[in-house]
Design a protein around this ligand. Sequence first.
Ligand SMILES: NC(=O)c1ccc[n+]([C@@H]2O[C@H](COP(=O)([O-])OP(=O)(O)OC[C@H]3O[C@@H](n4cnc5c(N)ncnc54)[C@H](O)[C@@H]3O)[C@@H](O)[C@H]2O)c1
Length: 256
Amino acid sequence: MPDTEKLKDKVAIVTGAAQGLGKEIAIEFASQGAHIVLIDINQKEAQRVENLFHKKKFYVDLITTNVCDSKDVNKAINVIAKKYKKIDILVNAVGGFDKLDSIEDINDQEWLRVIDLNLNSAFYCTRAVFPIMKKNRFGRIINISSGAGLAPNPHAPSYIPYGAAKAGLLGMTRLLARDAGEFGITVNALAPGTALTPRVKKVRDAKSIENIAKMNPMRNLIDPIDCAKAALFLASEDARYITGVTMMVNAGNLIF
Ligand SMILES: NC(=O)c1ccc[n+]([C@@H]2O[C@H](COP(=O)([O-])OP(=O)(O)OC[C@H]3O[C@@H](n4cnc5c(N)ncnc54)[C@H](O)[C@@H]3O)[C@@H](O)[C@H]2O)c1
């Protein structure tokens, strides 16, 4: 198989694809022959990515929707399933946090918002694609968790609702992997370390970024492309019997 066709004709949904890790994963998958469905709430940025795909002659659909709303998610997945009659790959990349409050300052609303964004959204999307993958007896589900779902960052502040949601996502990954296996569906997670996406540039101060880069055993931050390459591996035939794993992509930030 040529090295540019690892996902030839696969239909891949990438949520949060308008920027950051989701965007990089979508580009990497498209360059390997996948039909990409970009899902994002930010119409303007998502259209920019769609235009980029058109320029590169990549196959692309764009659905602007809020993945924290299960009804909207079901509608979006129905549209894709009707068009392609299959969904091969789902990457749940929506997530993140935009502040670093300590526990006594976090009200109920903030807690629920972060859990919604980082855990419930992935549940809604996974639940919606699952019967379609099951019927076709093929699927690759990749959840973008975080090092924060495994342990506190050793070199910078951590944010508890985010780590709790990302740990939940790892739990869902492992439990679903067992149930999904008999249908030819693998379920895996990435646990990235810090990468300088537009969101991270806003939320982490310069000192934390420098500290993480300096203290990581590999003396650097990861780039979004490092996650994209790992996701490609998990989505490809090369990983056909790998399921239930958490792949850390973190320049050694955490080592277990
Ligand atoms: N960047 C990092 O350092 C890092 C590290 C570990 C894990 N992660 C995880 O990787 C994923 C991507 O992170 P990022 O830094 O690229 O984030 P980002 O904020 O740069 O990108 C997230 C994208 O998701 C979209 N989005 C947000 N809410 C949405 C909603 N409700 N419905 C649909 N789309 C929505 C945004 O518009 C944006 O395009 C997240 O799950 C994050 O937790 C990132």
